[in-house]
Design a protein around this ligand. Structure first.
Ligand SMILES: C[S@@+](CC[C@H](N)C(=O)[O-])C[C@H]1O[C@@H](n2cnc3c(N)ncnc32)[C@H](O)[C@@H]1O
Ligand code: SF4
Ligand code: SF4
Length: 375
């Protein structure tokens, strides 16, 4: 709690519009007035996630994009491996007045050729910026990330070295080295940013090591830790999804790339999560999504289990892909920023229809384990 408040205060001093933004988003998410009352129209989003590139320097086994069962449709169009920088500038110029959070991801965002130019552009506009990276290139970019005052770096580390490397190849040592270099520069130059968060994806490789991961994060002296339950599917879910959207003119694609076929002991997972939640830990630790304790076993064992049938993503955030496609999530891309302005797209008839259908019909079969879901 103390850590969270300290971070909020520091963020607000660095960027006064941040505190206003956090307050406004809190009120919106507590009332959800637009969701309830505006018949498919929405207030402006709080997060703009940009997948800068489809390129990646790793091939993690359980990655939904590049893992063992990648959906090739998703990576079609080689011309658009990287999002053109002029698309980014146009969108940033247009949305900067409402101060959304920019969440940069990919593929691997540090492979984007214009990454430094983009960070400078965001910094000049005083926009809150997060980067979700696999950490392999952290050492190379450490000085720039500190100098440019990136707000937060979310580094994917799946646990202690032996288990992390099983999913991500032999990368652990390099990532830790990168984190240490950033921490050293911050210390030397008396800088508070970027904050560093570890995002640890729960996999069959690391599911017995959650408590070791907490100890590792505390020792590393990073600022926060999240555990992410994996997004996965099977053939049945994929077929259900295709059936569900076949008459839909909204042109959805489907990236349910990772097929989970067991290997996580849910009793043990439950025990570890209960321990972590009841322990005194030096840094904030969160689970995402924060599934109710009694529903965890269904998350992993029953693909037909009905979790809450609701998602507010289409009201709260947008995702932009390397081709410039835009929508509430990668499974549902509704338009393209290459030929329309954000303002034209956000409350367009396509978007409004999508929101109305989602609210009326509930979620698609593929949504139950979606990591972009908003409650
Ligand atoms: C797709 S990656 C892109 C950014 C960068 N390449 C990285 O690995 O951090 C974004 C996040 O998704 C997580 N991720 C990968 N596969 C996933 C899955 N099957 N379910 C949920 N999250 C997943 C990664 O651990 C990472 O933190
Ligand atoms: S580094 Fe990220 S994008 Fe690349 S394969 Fe791993 S999880 Fe996927
Ligand atoms: S749950 Fe995920 S895939 Fe489904 S609508 Fe929400 S963000 Fe999109």
């Amino acid at each position: 709690m103390k850590g969270r408040i300290a971070n909020l205060i520091r963020n607000s001093i660095k960027n006064p519009s941040y505190a206003l933004q956090v307050g406004k988003n809190k009120v919106i998410s507590l009332t959800n007035l637009d969701y309830h009352l505006l018949n498919g129209y929405s207030f402006l989003p709080s997060v703009i996630r940009i997948d800068l590139t489809y390129r990646c320097n790793l091939k993690c086994k359980i990655c939904f994009e590049f893992g063992e069962n990648p959906q090739q449709t998703f990576k079609s169009g080689k011309d658009y491996e990287n999002i053109p920088f002029e698309y980014l500038k146009t969108v940033i110029d247009e949305v900067s007045f409402f101060k959304p959070t920019f969440y940069l991801s990919g593929g691997e965002p540090l492979l984007y050729p214009g990454i430094i130019e983009l960070l400078e552009y965001l910094q000049n506009k005083k926009l809150y910026c997060l980067i979700n990276t696999n950490g392999v290139l952290l050492e190379k970019y450490a000085r720039d990330l500190v100098k440019l005052g990136v707000d937060k770096i979310i580094v994917s580390i799946d646990g202690p070295e032996e288990v992390h490397d099983l999913n991500r190849g032999k990368t652990f040592k390099k990532i830790i080295e990168g984190i240490k270099v950033i921490k050293d520069i911050k210390k030397r130059e008396n800088r508070y940013f970027p904050l560093i968060r570890i995002n640890s994806l729960i996999t069959p490789f690391n599911s017995e090591h959650l408590e070791d991961t907490v100890t590792m994060a505390e020792k590393l002296g990073i600022d926060s830790l999240t555990f992410q339950h994996p997004m996965f599917s099977n053939e049945e879910v994929r077929k259900g999804y295709v059936e569900c959207v076949k008459n839909d003119k909204l042109n959805q694609i489907n990236i349910l790339g990772f097929t989970y076929e067991g290997g996580i002991d849910t009793d043990s997972l439950l025990r570890q999560i209960t321990n972590i939640k009841s322990k005194k830990i030096k840094i904030p630790v969160n689970f995402y999504p924060d599934i109710k304790i009694n529903e965890i076993k269904y998350y992993y064992s029953d693909l037909n289990y009905k979790f809450e049938n609701k998602c507010l993503s289409a009201w709260r955030k947008v995702i932009i892909t390397p081709e410039g496609k835009i929508g509430p999530c990668v499974n549902h891309l509704l338009d393209n920023i290459s030929h329309k302005s954000f303002r034209e797209i956000w409350n367009s008839s396509k978007y409004v229809t999508f929101r109305k259908n989602l609210k009326k019909n509930g979620l698609f079969p593929s949504c139950m384990r979606c990591c972009l879901r908003e409650y």
